[in-house]
Design a protein around this ligand. Structure first.
Ligand code: SF4
Length: 93
């Protein structure tokens, strides 16, 4: 996972990567086939000290695939929608 994380990020400027709990983990856990369990990956994320940073990065960069910050793409998409609704409400109000 960590190698793929670096490839996706394409950058060495994010210090939180160095603290990733998924270093050395099987990438297939974090990028599972459709319908495969994400439980183990999410457990690794729950014990990660940079879960918040990782999740925020994935949300802001609209990361399409994989478990990031303990959340699937579907879960991250829900957060993005909620943020968009909240931003629209602030703009209107
Ligand atoms: S939150 Fe999960 S995917 Fe993100 S760095 Fe930590 S272990 Fe890796």
């Amino acid at each position: 996972m960590f190698t793929q994380l670096l490839e996706v990020l394409g950058s060495e400027e994010l210090a939180w990567q160095d603290l990733a709990n998924c270093r050395g983990a099987d990438p297939d856990l974090f990028f599972p086939e459709r319908g495969a369990s994400t439980r183990t990956a999410k457990q690794i994320c729950r014990e990660c000290s940079v879960q918040t940073e990782c999740l925020e990065f994935a949300i802001v960069s609209s990361e399409k695939f994989g478990i990031w910050g303990g959340m699937s793409e579907r879960e991250r998409r829900k957060i993005r929608r909620q943020r968009a609704v909240a931003a629209a409400a602030r703009k209107a109000g």
